[in-house]
Ligand binder design. Structure first.
Ligand SMILES: *Cc1c(COP(=O)(O)O)cnc(C)c1O
Length: 390
């Protein structure tokens, strides 16, 4: 009989380099492979399973909505999406929401909003968007264009025009690009994820705020990965004391089902008219009903626990033998090994029953479920520490 792994190689497009591991079930922060081996999952499906596998509260809301109706179209009013949008606006500084199905799609909508706003207020030649080097904004052609990493660009020319890239941390470089181009917006991840788990400096973000104000540019904040409690604040921008004009999120807000969210601030809340954007599956009632249970449980006490778990990881791994540095914020953490390949650390951990992933720049990346119990976290971090010290 052909093995699952062989069939995968035969029938699934080769876009992913998978680890030699089949996940067959999970509960909370624990999952199992086909042989029944137990793993502590510190990656949560790349920051998606915010409350771990098969969370009871989320599951109940999803099942209830499944029994009510699973989908209609955006031609009609439905309750779950309105309730989720209201909760999102009440918990942030944003005013209106567009729902879609992924981070890339949420960023596409943000870019459309920024371009339309700039065209209406300044003229159609003001379409350029400044993004940062080492950023990641998605896999569609336009969000690839927005992504400031050359390696993603080479094979897919021509990309969407209108993106220029500034050095993260170099505010002078942002100023130069604003002078050299007719710009609509500056787009950043407050904590760069794929690019190496690096939180932007507060000073740099404040500098962007100033430049945006002086030059009438919108700030687009991509919180697809760092949003939804991951940073220790509900949204990472709240830690920087800067209010973006547009914020996007996806991954963790759905608790495991696909959703993308573009949130529009005061300036752009009414930029779209019927026909300007749309998504067949966007605002799916099952997904929205589940997402609401995720958002509603992220209160102050919950976020405080995220901070405590974060502090524990930073304290345990900073200055540990074999660790060059620990970066990131909240439960979005990057660890650069001193003399080892991050991939070898990932594989060593996997053998010992702990799942971690990598990020650009030889980083081991941790994105545990936000509700991971302390004792489970400790068990996993001790194993990771052992692998790093080896
Ligand atoms: C994952 C990610 C995206 C893309 O999200 P998809 O849902 O995979 O399209 C965009 N921006 C950031 C910051 C991400 O981490």
């Amino acid at each position: 009989m052909t093995s699952l792994k062989e069939m995968d190689h035969t029938y699934i497009a080769s876009t992913y380099g998978r680890y030699d591991l089949e996940i067959t079930s999970g509960k909370g922060s624990i999952c199992f492979d086909e042989n029944g081996k137990r793993y502590i999952d510190l990656a949560s499906g790349i920051a998606v399973n915010s409350f771990g596998y098969c969370d009871e509260v989320w599951k109940e809301a999803v099942k209830k909505q499944l029994d009510t109706f699973q989908h209609t179209s955006n031609l009609y009013y439905t309750k779950p999406c309105v309730e989720l949008a209201k909760a999102l606006c009440e918990r942030t500084d944003m005013k209106k929401v567009f729902f879609c199905n992924s981070g890339a799609e949420a960023n596409e909508c943000a870019i459309k909003a920024a371009r339309k706003y700039a065209m209406k207020t300044k003229g159609k030649e003001y379409y350029t968007i400044i993004t940062l080097k080492d950023s990641f904004h998605g896999r569609t052609l336009t969000t690839l264009s927005a992504t400031g990493q050359d390696m993603f660009h080479e094979l897919f020319q021509p990309l969407t025009p209108g993106f220029v890239y500034a050095d993260a941390h170099d505010i002078k470089d942002v100023e130069r690009l604003v002078k050299e181009n007719q710009c609509a917006a500056i787009m950043v991840e407050m904590i760069q994820g794929e690019g190496g788990v690096n939180a932007l400096d507060r000073e740099f973000v404040k500098g962007i705020e100033k430049i945006a104000k002086e030059n009438d540019l919108l700030i687009i904040d991509d919180e697809v990965q760092c949003g939804n409690g991951r940073s220790g604040a509900l949204y990472a921008y709240m830690k920087y004391d800067v209010v973006p004009d547009i914020m996007t999120t996806a991954k963790g807000i759905g608790g495991g089902l696909p959703i993308g969210v573009t949130m529009l601030g005061e300036k752009v809340k009414d930029i779209f008219e019927p026909g300007d954007n749309g998504s067949t599956f966007g605002a799916n009632p099952v997904v929205c009903a589940g997402a609401l249970t995720i958002l509603n449980r992220m209160d102050e006490a919950f976020l405080q626990e995220v901070e405590e778990k974060s502090a524990y990881i930073f304290d345990t791994l900073t200055n540990t033998k074999g660790v060059r540095c620990v970066t990131g914020m909240g439960l979005m953490i990057g660890i650069e090994p001193e003399n080892k390949d991050a991939n070898d650390v990932v594989k060593g951990c996997m053998e010992k029953g702990v799942l971690v992933i990598t990020a650009h720049g030889n980083k081991v990346r941790l994105l545990p479920a936000l509700n991971i119990p302390f004792d489970v976290l400790k068990e996993a971090v001790e194993i990771l520490k052992g692998e790093l010290e080896k």
